[in-house]
Ligand binder design. Structure first.
Ligand SMILES: [Zn+2]
Length: 178
């Protein structure tokens, strides 16, 4: 069964980035609230994947820091992140799905995306529509990540970069909502 696809406005994508940042600030508390057994090692949460209920003690990593990696996670055994999106909000959705329906389940039924967002907003104590958007900071982050990329791969033409700047900021939040 497929969920209906829906679009998310640019403003809401920025809010999702802010929400993800707030979740990362309180990652250890978030792990407790979700009632899972990941442990923090040097700003990285590691443990069994309780989404697909695996045994590998180092299957899951969530990264608390990093320009691109902040809040990103992966399941090394079954790549559960590919089903839910690799952001911290995707991670919360994966855990809530697993607790409610099991994962994988027969219909690939997932905890609804916007209910996950609401759960996360409740956790950080700020209504989603009230999240403060720091556009200067997003511009700065987009610039820094582009500069960082100069040392790693072929640099983007600066003119193309500035043309793409806005879409780059929105692109930063790779949603997996299907
Ligand atoms: Zn997994």
């Amino acid at each position: 069964m497929q969920e209906q696809s829906f679009s998310i406005s640019g403003t809401d994508k920025l809010r999702l980035n802010v929400l993800g940042d707030l979740l990362c600030d309180r990652l250890d508390e978030l792990i407790q609230k979700l009632d899972i057994k990941l442990k923090m090692y040097h700003r990285e949460a590691i443990g069994k994947c309780e989404i697909h209920n695996g045994n590998n003690p180092k299957a899951i990593s969530i990264y608390q820091d990093g320009e691109r990696l902040r809040g990103f996670w992966q399941c090394r055994t079954r790549h559960c992140e590919q089903s839910f999106g690799k952001t911290v909000i995707g991670f919360v959705r994966a855990i809530l799905t697993s607790k409610k329906y099991g994962w994988p389940n027969d219909d690939n039924k997932k905890f609804p995306f916007w209910q996950t967002v609401k759960w996360c907003s409740n956790f950080v104590g700020v209504k989603f529509s009230d999240l403060k958007l720091d556009l200067d900071n997003f511009d700065k982050n987009a610039f820094i990540s582009n500069v960082n990329s100069l040392t790693k791969k072929k640099a983007m033409n600066p003119i193309v970069f500035f043309q793409k700047k806005n879409s780059e900021i929105v692109w930063k939040f790779p949603l997996c909502i299907s």
